[in-house]
Each structure stands twice: as C-alpha cells, then as structure tokens.
Write a protein that binds this ligand. Structure first.
Ligand SMILES: Cc1cc2nc3c(=O)[nH]c(=O)nc-3n(C[C@H](O)[C@H](O)[C@H](O)COP(=O)(O)OP(=O)(O)OC[C@H]3O[C@@H](n4cnc5c(N)ncnc54)[C@H](O)[C@@H]3O)c2cc1C
Length: 473
C-alpha cells in the first residue's frame, strides 16, 4: 500500500490498488446488509452517478450501507486490500476524485432527534436538510441550513457550511457539538472537542477526508419568527438592483441575509410560465425577526426598480429550503466560485458584461451572496473553516444539457475570472469550489498545513478519500 505524502494541489499522491477480485467483492457482499454494486453489475451505470449527473465518476464499487455496521465492515475491507473508501450520500459534489474507491451511499443512515432542553439536533449521516428542517417546525428553533433542502446535513457541515443564518450565528461546521465516526483504522468513535481536539477541528470544515461520519449532533438557535422570499425584476434592471443589493448587504443587521441572482431560464416546458425562457435579476432574503422590520429593511430594494414578483412572507423552518427556489432533482451542472473583496460599480458592470445579456451567456445562474457579520468573526473555538472577511461570494452555474454547452461554459468561467480579477481575493468557500478549481483555495496556509499533517498522521495509507482530498488530487 502506498503511503501518503503532501503534494501540490494537482499532483496525484494516492496510488491505491484497484485489482480487487470477484472473490473479494463476494466476501464483502456476504458480510454486509446493504446492496453492493460492482463494475460487473448491470446496475453500475446508474449507481455510479451522483446528483451532478455529468460528472463521469467511476468508483470500483458502490455500497448502499444499511447500517453503521456496514460502514465498519467496508472500511476494514478496503484497508485490508489497499482500496480507499469515500462517502457520497447523494453526489451534490460528485467528483472523479472518487474513481476506484469503494463508494459508500449513506442515505440509509437516518434518524433525527431534537433535544429541546439541550438545544441540539442529532441526525444520521444520510439525513437531508429538508428532513431536519421539517422536524424543526413548531419548535421555535432553527439549524444553520444552506440554500438547498436536498443536500445532506453532514456533507454541508464537513465543508464549512454557508447557511442562510451564518451572518447571525456562524458557520454550520462550528455549530457541530459531536460526530460519531468510523476512523481510517475501522474504529467507531464519538468525537468531541474534549475527546479528540485535532480530529474535531478537522471535521469542522476540512471535508470528508478524515473519517466516515455516521452521525452528527448540531447546536440549534432560537428562531421564534422568520421571514423570507424572493423579489424578481426583468434583467434590464440588473445595474440598479445590484447596486441597491450591494448597498443594503454592506450595512444589513446580522439577522438579514441577502443573495442576488442573475438568472436566464431556458424555454423548457417543465418550467412555470412566468419564468420560462425569461431572464431576471432577483434578490432572495431571509430575516430572523418581525414583518415590520423586514419590510422596513427591504424598502430600498423594492424601490430600486418595479418588482414583477414578490414572494416575501413568514416562513417555517421547513420552508427555508424553498426561499432560493433551487432545483432538487439530479441535473447536469458546472460551477465556479470566488470570494470578492468588494462589489463596487465597476465590478457590477464587469459582471453584467459577462452574464447580464440574455442569449449571450451559457451561464444559467450567477449568484452573489452577501456575507459579513459572523462570517468574519475569528472564533478561537472554531474548526478548520477559515473566517471569511470578504463581504461577498460569487457563484456561477452552467447547465451542460448538451456537449456543446460543456465546451463553452469553461470559457464563460474564464471570462468571469478576467472581469472580476481585481476584486477576487483568491480564496473560496470549500463547499463552493467548482470541479475545475483548486480545493486548496478554501484554506489559508496554516489551516491547510494543519489539515495535511493530520491526514498523514491519522490516515497514512489513504484509506478514507474525500471528493476534495486535502493532499491534492
Ligand atoms: C444546489 C446546491 C446548493 C448548495 N447550497 C449550499 C449552501 O447554501 N451552503 C453550503 O455550504 N453549501 C452548499 N452547497 C454545497 C454542498 O454543501 C456541498 O456540495 C456538500 O459537500 C454536499 O454534500 P452532500 O452530502 O449532499 O453531497 P455528496 O456529493 O454526496 O457528498 C459531498 C462530500 O461530502 C463528504 N461526505 C458526505 N457525507 C459524508 C460522510 N458521512 N462521511 C464523510 N464524508 C462525507 C464526502 O467528501 C463527499 O464527497 C450546495 C450544493 C448544491 C449542489
């Protein structure tokens, strides 16, 4: 078995063997309860793909684990044969870095326990945010959920977690109280700050490279009243709306979160009539507080140009996943992100020159998230996630529905890099690194060095492999 060393971000270090035999797989199949699909099985063609269906990932085999015992068995099996294991519940961050691994589908690791007295939720590694948020309805409590209800709680938290409520309460990763994991040695461990400070630190933002998580306990936050929704304008108003968004985002209280979008909807029959084939600039918002204050805070946005759709309303936890109206079904997607040190008028105009004209860009959605607030707080008790002082994040998505689009979308990403190079910090949030972008950009040098040293210490044989390996790909 090859021993891991540090490398540059683009140099392969892991040469784990893939010559697992038919007899080996038969042994594993006999020892687990979940379904095992190998390259020889007809189901492999579908089972190998993730939520991002255009990622051509080719694991050695896929195990749909039925319970924690299957995870322990799989890690031991892989370790004994020089294979790597990779957890991928659904594949929202599918990557070819999981090629030749034993891929663990962890969706069956369910269970949601809300402890109102302690103010925590404990969920299995297969639980999606939409499922946890639905369980929080009526409790007056909220977790640090992101934009999409289909993403898993564990997957988002391991990568730091940019929540609707990070401005108020910090990163999702730093809300984690405890993990239950299977280590690279195949041991089941309960990991807390007290039990294993280094591993606890790494799991909170360092990604899925350090252990297979089977369960997580998260802190909850009081949210007796929440509002949210989205304002739509025709895309022609983007220059005025993005300026109003920028001005408000920079002074907003921590309870208010604003994300602006430039959207070009394709003329697909499955889209509702008001948006089908249309282009919009939108601002999605959430607010932890009353309707009166929310309306007062939004006046400058509603005043920027005539609003054509307005879905701002009181929301329950189960509705937070609807605010940004993101897709939940598997789809082709290519993503690109950057953190911005500012979003001045020149940057807004440069952005719109690339993505603002209908029919002139292959990018379907470009989002600018207002950050600030607790994003920038240097939390000494926090994990590997880097405090983010940049006030905005840009994320752009192209949908390569046909091969021709897959060829041109990277050129549009390069045009964005060129247009916004003057305000890009060079960092990005780990969860938002596009497949063609460097994952190392998620961390500062000290954090990356600590993550890499811990990986070599705890998993020298590379038994656990994240989709974004800290030692590089
Ligand atoms: C539409 C969309 C919206 C998004 N919105 C947000 C957002 O608002 N905020 C945000 O922070 N991120 C967001 N993301 C990014 C998302 O959080 C990451 O892609 C995350 O890794 C997805 O986790 P998953 O488990 O759903 O996906 P998967 O692709 O199944 O898993 C991603 C990776 O997480 C790790 N992992 C998952 N489960 C385990 C486990 N049990 N043990 C060890 N490692 C594990 C593995 O490395 C795995 O490869 C979004 C992504 C999409 C596609």
């Amino acid at each position: 078995m090859t021993t891991l060393t540090t490398s540059t971000d683009t140099t392969s270090t892991d040469t784990t063997s893939t010559d697992t035999t038919w007899t080996d797989w038969a042994t594993l199949r006999d020892n687990v309860s979940g379904r095992l699909v190998t390259r020889e099985d007809p189901e492999y063609a579908d089972a190998r793909l993730g939520w991002i269906v255009n990622v051509d990932q080719r694991p050695a085999a896929i195990l749909e684990v039925a319970h924690v015992g299957d995870v322990v068995e799989a890690v031991g099996f892989a370790r004994d044969r020089g294979l790597a294991v990779s957890a991928q519940p659904g594949g929202h961050a599918a990557r070819t870095t999981v090629d030749d691994t034993l891929l663990l589908r962890t969706r069956a690791l369910g269970g949601i326990e809300i402890d109102r007295a302690r103010g925590t939720a404990t969920v299995g590694a297969g639980v999606k945010w939409g499922e946890l948020c639905a369980a929080l309805d009526g409790t007056g409590l909220m977790a640090l959920v992101g934009s999409n209800p289909d993403v898993t709680v564990v997957g988002l938290a391991l990568g730091g977690g940019v929540s609707w409520f990070t401005r108020a309460h910090g990163f999702t990763a730093n809300s984690v109280v405890a993990f239950d994991v299977v280590t690279a040695c195949g041991e089941l461990e309960h990991v807390t700050r007290a039990s294993d400070p280094d591993l606890f630190w790494a799991l909170r933002g360092g990604g899925g490279d350090f252990a297979i998580v089977v369960r997580v306990e998260l802190a909850l936050f009081p949210a007796p009243e929440m509002h949210g929704g989205q304002l739509f304008w025709p895309v022609e108003h983007a220059p005025a709306v993005l300026r109003a968004f920028r001005d408000l985002a920079l002074v907003a209280p921590r309870e208010l979160t604003l994300w602006a979008h430039v959207m070009h909807f394709p003329p697909m029959p499955e889209l509702p009539e008001p948006i089908r084939g249309q282009s919009f600039v939108t601002v999605a918002a959430t607010y932890l507080g009353s309707k009166q204050l929310f309306d007062a805070l939004l006046w400058s946005l509603r005043d920027a140009a005539p609003v054509v759709m307005d879905s701002m309303r009181p929301i329950q936890p189960s509705e937070v996943g609807d605010v940004a109206q993101e897709p939940v079904d598997p789809m082709p997607s290519m993503e690109h992100s950057m953190l911005l040190t500012g979003f001045d008028d020149a940057a807004i105009d440069a952005l719109l020159a690339v993505v603002g004209t209908p029919g002139a860009t292959p990018l379907m959605m470009t989002q600018v998230r207002g950050l600030g607030g607790a994003f920038a707080d240097d939390n000494p008790a926090g994990g590997a996630v880097r405090p983010v002082s940049e006030p905005f994040q840009l994320m752009s998505v192209g949908v390569p529905a046909v091969p021709e689009l897959a060829a041109v979308i990277p050129h549009a990403f390069a045009a964005l890099d060129a247009a916004l190079g003057g305000v890009a910090s060079g960092y990005r949030m780990p969860n938002f690194a596009g497949a063609a972008q460097s994952d190392a950009g998620g961390y500062d040098a000290d954090r990356l060095a600590r993550l890499r040293a811990l990986k070599i210490d705890r998993d020298p044989d590379g038994v656990i492999r994240s989709n974004k390996p800290v030692l590089g790909r």
